[in-house]
Design a protein around this ligand. Structure first.
Ligand code: FE2
Ligand code: FE2
Length: 167
């Protein structure tokens, strides 16, 4: 694979680690607000992002490219509401989808088929990620100031757990 593509994949691996950081900071904010279910949602989300990063890490190794770990920017630690948290999460996922499209463009230009097929998994995953955040935003808007419904959602999120997808 061309160096530009290898470097872009490495950048994406680092961005996935950063995403884990962003979501763990969201989890910490939720814990601070005593919303343990929401905190669990974001802890699981952070685990997923770490799994994504490791998937790229392994792919780079398999393709005999050197993975390089970079410094991470400080994630946003303060939010104003759960809606604010999820809106930032949604924007983060939309930004991430664009990054995968750019990677797919590079891989296609190189006719790097192994990478093109590898990226397909992530592009499908981004559809799920955006749909998930969008649906929760819609729920939070409908719930508005109904605190019973809000705590029911918190209880629902307490049950979320991370299961690595089968290869
Ligand atoms: Fe991800
Ligand atoms: Fe994600």
């Amino acid at each position: 694979m061309k160096e530009e593509l290898a470097l872009a994949l490495n950048k994406q691996m680092n961005f996935e680690f950063y995403s884990a950081h962003v979501y763990l900071a969201m989890a910490a904010y939720c814990s601070g607000e005593s919303l343990d279910g929401f905190a669990n949602f974001f802890t699981v989300q952070a685990e997923e992002e770490r799994f994504h990063a490791m998937k790229i890490y392994k792919f780079l190794n398999d393709r005999r490219q050197r993975a390089t770990l970079e410094a991470m920017p400080e994630p946003k630690n303060e939010y104003t509401s759960m809606l604010d948290v999820f809106e930032h999460g949604y924007a983060h996922e939309q930004q991430n989808t664009k990054k995968f499209y750019h990677l797919a463009d590079l891989a296609t230009d190189d006719r790097e088929y192994a990478t093109i097929y590898f990226l397909k998994w992530f592009i499908d995953e981004q559809v799920e990620e955006e749909a998930l955040f969008d649906s929760i935003i819609q729920k939070l808007k409908r719930i508005d100031k109904d605190s019973n419904a809000f705590y029911m959602l918190d209880a629902e999120f307490a049950a979320r757990s991370f299961t690595p997808p089968a290869e």
